[in-house]
Design a protein around this ligand. Structure first.
Ligand SMILES: [Zn+2]
Ligand SMILES: [Zn+2]
Length: 274
């Protein structure tokens, strides 16, 4: 069974959405006999970001300062343990030059071991408006069904953009959006585009087991996962743990699923070298 996770969260600075400290997460990973743990708090930054959660940032310099502190905190905790600890971030990708330039400036100042490409927002094509899929109640009441669908379409297309961006070590929860928006015109076509992009780029994708808690399904869904395995796209397990009790969650069940899909291309910590 896979003995590491590279996708988990802490409650750093009292604003991030994990429930435990880096110290607690590292200790628990060690107790579980993991060979490594990578901590990947959310890097949700965009100049037009609404500050609807304390960890959603629109100030570039503040974001850098915050992550410098978090990186230091994790590495200080890691120094007290034997287990190998990596420091990453789960980054919400946006395609505009404004976002890319800002993000590239941040990367030069932040010493991450790896970064995960992720998508939690629906947004207008010009990125003038962004909304986390957990905060759909903040959408303007005047927004019609067709306009809403355009925002959702942008989200799914952006998963493909994230894959093709070349920034990331692996892709987070490919079809996360279905948690909150399970129905969408041509949803299957969007899923196929993601499969094609992963196959074309050979970018590793995670099988995210946190979906079992929310929709009784891993991400990506069964048929996508089966097809990705058939094509031999590299994959790894992620628990996306937001608390110590979630570390390694559903790994055994998901290992069995991967085996039943005849998955041959499992990747490990070597994907961190990029
Ligand atoms: Zn996520
Ligand atoms: Zn996550």
């Amino acid at each position: 069974m896979q003995k590491f996770t590279l996708h988990c969260h802490t409650n750093a600075l009292g604003i991030f959405d994990g429930q435990n400290t880096a110290e607690e997460m590292i200790s628990q990973a060690e107790k579980l006999g993991f060979e490594a743990i990578g901590i990947s708090n959310h890097l949700c930054w965009h100049p037009n970001m609404q500050h609807s959660h304390p960890m959603f940032m629109n100030d570039e310099q503040k974001t850098v300062t915050m992550f410098k502190y978090i990186l230091e905190e994790i590495r200080t905790a890691a120094a007290k343990h034997k287990i190998k600890v990596y420091v990453g971030a789960e980054v919400d990708f946006f395609p505009s030059a404004a976002w890319r330039n800002g993000f590239e400036r941040m990367l030069k100042q932040l010493d991450f071991d790896y970064i995960i490409g992720s998508n939690h927002f629906i947004f207008k094509p010009d990125e003038s408006y962004l909304c986390n899929i957990y905060h759909l109640d903040l959408l303007p009441p005047s927004l019609g069904k067709e306009d809403f669908n355009k925002l959702v379409r942008q989200h799914w297309d952006n998963v493909v953009n994230t894959i093709k961006s070349g920034y990331f070590n692996f892709l987070a929860h490919a079809d996360y959006c279905v948690i909150k928006i399970p129905e969408f015109p041509n949803l299957e076509a969007s899923r196929w585009k993601i499969i094609e992009a992963l196959d074309e780029t050979r970018m590793p994708f995670e099988v995210n087991t946190s979906g079992f808690n929310r929709i009784n399904m891993q991400h990506p869904c069964d048929w996508m996962l089966k097809e990705l395995c058939r094509r031999g796209v590299p994959t790894l397990l992620s628990d996306d743990a937001h608390s110590v009790s979630m570390l390694g969650q559903y790994f055994e069940k998901t290992e069995n699923l991967l085996q039943s899909f005849n998955c041959k291309n499992r990747v490990g910590l070597e994907i961190l070298k990029k």
